[in-house]
Write a protein that binds this ligand. Structure first.
Ligand code: PMP
Length: 308
């Protein structure tokens, strides 16, 4: 399964995927001046449905605002419609959705955002779980990265800015080369921040902990899992988490649109719990799976049906 699709939506119209190109002299390519989203569409009894489409498109527009775009050619609601149109055109039942707003300046490769324009593309393709289809049952092995997560006044951590992701690529590549599946990154003060592409949760003595939002991406899956955990009667505490609190946790799990809900069974060669998926993680994962299949009470709130 590659990143193939028949059509990509480019600046208001669907084009054949091979024609969805960006000029070489684009500031987006040279300086990482783009903002993007990762969204999933799931196959349900009522046809394809997108998980929290509005929240994702709102975050995209906010990312553009954070980067400094003063105006965009499309609203969040128009982008949501365009995403659904792209899914329908490609005929996918379940897929990953990648909208990207990028900066392009026809007359300059200077570093000032003003003077250029915002261009928009939306691609969709069929994509299995990011950390492997078996990861959601078997779990993954992680290391604490030698790379620090962004300082919030160096790279804007609430924005999915393309350039920010060089930091994630450094960490992820190092982890995989070391034989791990994913990197856990510490913030500039040394507290746990997030993974290269997921947020992180710790369970200890029946309480669920997750990091505060100040230095992390405000994950939409994270937000959903907090609600689901509270629905299940758990206390969820957002607080600073240290590296050694990971080591002595009863359970650790990570979550994101691409990865979904994945147990972490080992960190830095230390087994977490019994080294298997533990009960709290399982319960939350099952609730999430029910939501995305359309069979959970919260499905109505969080799923947007593509063919309606
Ligand atoms: N942190 C980072 C750095 C990410 O790239 C992602 C993926 N978007 C997440 C957390 C999880 O966010 P979400 O649940 O909204 O996909």
């Amino acid at each position: 399964m590659g990143i193939e699709s028949k059509y990509i939506w480019m600046d208001g119209k669907l084009v054949e995927s091979e024609n969805a190109t960006v000029p070489f002299l684009s500031t987006a390519l040279h300086y990482g001046l783009g903002v993007f989203e990762g969204i999933r569409c799931y196959n349900t009894n009522r046809g394809p449905a997108v998980f929290r489409l509005k929240e994702h498109m709102d975050r995209l527009v906010n990312s553009a605002k954070i980067l400094g775009f003063n105006s965009l050619p499309y609203t969040s609601a128009e982008l949501a419609e365009a995403a659904k149109e792209t899914i329908r055109a490609n005929g996918f039942k379940a897929c990953y959705i990648r909208p990207l707003i990028y900066h392009h300046n026809r007359s300059s490769l200077g570093l000032n955002l003003d003077g250029g324009e915002a261009r928009v593309g939306i691609a969709v393709w069929e994509w299995g779980r990011y950390l492997g289809d078996e990861s959601i049952e078997k779990g993954v092995r992680a290391n604490v990265s030698s790379f620090t997560r962004h300082h919030p006044n160096i790279a804007m951590t609430k924005a999915k800015i393309t350039g920010n992701y060089a930091n994630s690529v450094l960490a992820k590549t190092e982890s995989v080369r070391l034989g791990f599946d994913e990197a856990i990154m510490l913030d500039p003060q040394g507290y746990v921040a997030e993974c290269s592409g997921e947020n992180i949760f710790v369970v200890r003595h029946g309480i669920i902990y997750t990091t505060q939002t100040a230095v992390i991406l405000e994950g939409i899956t994270r937000d959903a899992l907090i609600s689901l955990a509270k629905d299940l009667g758990y206390t969820v505490v957002e607080q600073l988490i240290s590296r050694d609190q990971l080591y002595i946790a009863d359970e650790v799990f990570v979550c994101g649109t691409a990865a979904e809900v994945v147990p972490v069974t080992e960190i830095d060669f230390r087994q977490i719990g019994d080294g298997v998926m533990e009960p709290v993680t399982r319960q939350i994962q099952q609730a999430f799976m029910a939501v995305i299949s359309g069979s959970h009470p919260r499905s109505a709130e969080w799923l947007e049906y593509v063919n309606n």
